[in-house]
Design a protein around this ligand. Structure first.
Ligand code: HAM
Length: 416
């Protein structure tokens, strides 16, 4: 097969080297901070029964309509590669009967699948990390989840980030708002896509990026004028708590989100550095999802972040963990190096050892492995049980006894 034929499928990529390091660093950072907030790791399967998504994300949503990777397995069951993590977490809560122990707090990370048109920051297999707080009290849940999101982004030093929030109100408020939107948009010459949405989910028209729709979206009624008293009060309380904690935000009355399970507070962290796909971390409240999926009446609140998009924003790339290269010359030295490498790796030291090649080839390999030092074992060193320690940045070299080498490794790998 030609190399072109063996390229990964469109919208997917192989993660390796710097990119892989960046992804792991993002996920580890998020996981660690989430653990400080007592969000515990939960790993759900990569595929679920299709109804987990069909019944929850919204029949009229883009995901259900055209983006799901759905297939029948050999037993004739319809399965779907997960397009998002919230419905699977709720499915797990219900199937294990965990609801009794609410409030529940979960952290998850892994690949998600959506058949979208690939572009910068938009893939068909992408990675998310996210949290779900199920059964948490209003306002406190919003503040906790948004504070965690802010702290993760700050710890990652993600640049030029803005928090946009909105309230979709309760069901009653949304029904009134939908009526007003239909009345407004009915008169407008909308794009074909938006015309279709007018029948199925008029709120989603507000999300349209089509030039033809933009002027009519500008003139559209805003949801804040349709919120009933209790929805308005809840949103005001969330905003004032966020202000009290000095978390900056902008209210965006046109923020509606693409999934149907949301009510009340929704939010998105966006960055102008990302171009069209500018949302890095998004989420909101879902008060009816647990009940709708067959569980008790428990509210939920959470977010998910796109790891590929976050990686584009990181200015400081994670550094490699320290490496020392062991460079034997000759058969005897090779044998000794092999057992030394095993012994030192067991002690927790990261040792690079090339399998073959002369001195210059092995030195090149040490540089490529981004090792900080090389320990050279030539004939002379073998005889005197010594090592030549070479600093690969400065080129400085000195002779060390076996004991001095052990001490050097101990200090070097104990970190700063
Ligand atoms: P979402 O907005 O669909 O929400 O996705 C969350 C994040 O995943 C987005 O902000 C974006 O960074 C990233 N993302 C989405 N689609 C793609 C793609 N095709 N390529 C690359 N990155 C992408 C959810 O998934 C909800 N489950 C979030 C949530 C959790 N709400 C409550 N709890």
């Amino acid at each position: 097969m030609s190399s072109q034929k063996l390229a990964p499928p469109r919208g997917t990529h192989d993660l390796f080297g710097d990119e892989e390091r960046c992804h792991s660093y993002i996920i580890q950072t998020a996981k660690k901070l989430a653990a400080n907030y007592q969000f515990l790791p939960l790993e759900t399967p990569i595929f679920e029964k299709s109804e987990v998504f069909l019944r929850t994300l919204g029949e009229a949503s883009d995901i259900v309509n055209k983006e799901m990777y759905t297939f029948e397995d050999k037993g004739g069951e319809s399965l779907t590669l997960r397009p998002e993590g919230t419905a699977p977490v709720v499915r797990a809560v219900i199937s294990h009967g965990w609801a009794r122990e609410a409030p529940l707090k979960f952290f998850y990370a892994g690949p998600m699948f959506r058949y979208e048109r690939p572009q910068k920051g938009r893939l068909r297999q992408f990675h998310q990390f996210g949290v779900e707080l199920i059964g948490g009290a209003e306002v406190l849940a919003e503040v906790e989840v948004i504070s965690l999101a802010y702290q993760i982004l700050q710890t990652l030093s993600a640049q030029n980030i803005n928090l946009e929030i909105n309230s979709l109100g309760d069901k009653e408020s949304r029904i009134k708002y939908k009526e007003a939107l239909i009345k407004h948009f009915e008169k407008c010459p909308l794009s074909e896509n938006s015309k279709r949405r007018l029948q199925t989910n008029p709120l989603r028209i507000l999300d349209s990026k089509d030039e033809q729709d933009l002027p009519y979206i500008q003139e559209a009624p805003q949801i804040n004028n349709y919120l009933n008293e209790s929805s308005k009060k809840l949103f005001e309380n969330i905003c004032s708590e966020l202000s009290r904690l000095n978390w900056k935000y902008q209210i965006n009355p046109r923020l509606v989100r693409g999934l149907d399970y949301y009510s009340h507070c929704v939010f998105e962290f966006t960055s102008q550095d990302l171009g069209a796909q500018n949302a890095v971390l998004s989420g909101g409240r879902y008060d009816h999802l647990v009940h709708q999926m067959g569980g008790p009446n428990l509210p939920g609140m959470g977010f998910a972040a796109g790891v590929e998009r976050l990686a584009l924003l990181l200015k400081v790339k994670p550094t490699l963990h320290p490496i020392v290269s062991l460079i034997p010359i000759g058969k005897e030295a090779e044998k000794k190096a092999f057992s030394l490498a095993i012994e030192w790796r067991q002690k927790g030291y990261s040792i690079d050892l090339a399998f073959s090649g002369n001195l210059s080839k092995r030195m090149k390999k040490a540089h490529k492995a981004k090792a900080s030092y090389a320990l050279i074992m030539g004939e002379e060193e073998m005889k005197s049980s010594t090592f030549q320690l070479k600093n690969l940045q400065t080129g400085e070299q000195k002779k060390l006894s076996a004991k001095e080498t052990e001490n050097f490794l101990k200090v070097f790998f104990s970190g700063p």
